[in-house]
Design a binder for this molecule. Sequence first.
Ligand code: ADP
Ligand code: MG
Length: 255
Amino acid sequence: MLELNHVSKSYDGTPILRDISIQVEEGEIVSILGPSGCGKTTLLNLILGITDASSGQIFYNGTDITDLPMEKRGFNIVFQDYALFPNLNVYKNITYGLKNKPQISSKQEVEDLIDLLGLREHLYKRIDQLSGGQKQRVALARTMVMKPKILLLDEPLSALDGVIKESIKDRIKTIAKEFKLTTIIVTHDPEEALTLSDRVLIIEKGQISQYAKPDEIIHTPKNNFVRKFILNQLEIKRNNIYTLFGDRELQAAAL
Ligand SMILES: Nc1ncnc2c1ncn2[C@@H]1O[C@H](COP(=O)(O)OP(=O)(O)O)[C@@H](O)[C@H]1O
Ligand SMILES: [Mg+2]
């Protein structure tokens, strides 16, 4: 279990995150949901260990990892900007981390991921020959082959569309459940958060607005921000949510 205990972060005296306390269970998929600039990426970076908390503690399975360097935490992230190696082809990008740790994933597991993410026909292309969505899938494959203890994803679906987006969404879910892989996903899209995750952490201006299961958020939004932020945006994607929760429930939640 991952636990954040009163974690705060400031940059040059400006508070970015304030008093974040959450628990994430083993194998749980949690979305961090909030508008641009609310502190989502900063929170992921704190968990990953790239960024130090200004105050508070982070525990993993009961151990205080607040001061543990990133590489010793064993978590792994797919960055928002992909952070791929432009001079290496797709296959070499995917297997880069295995060069020094080849035992982590078998050749077959790598091949399966390549097929799963629809990358077989692109294996020998350079990164700059790929579309945004293809780059995102390479970044996802590269992280997944390393079998992290916690998988952190920063807006992993934002560059994807249609069928591919849905299939990767399903696959993230399947992998998280099959391997009991704790997965934390940043998104600004309420529909994505509500359909993909076990629990959703809604952040407003660096503070927790609500941390609850999707149906709880839909049925009992904790405050005006949750109501507005979610319902305003769900309006746009109303049809998708209808199939999930039924329109009567959505109307009830809107009241
Ligand atoms: N290294 C940094 N130095 C100073 N300010 C930062 C730094 N990183 C992020 N911020 C600020 O923190 C706020 C939250 O940023 P971020 O976590 O990237 O938001 P989000 O991912 O939700 O869009 C923004 O106002 C951003 O400008
Ligand atoms: Mg961000």
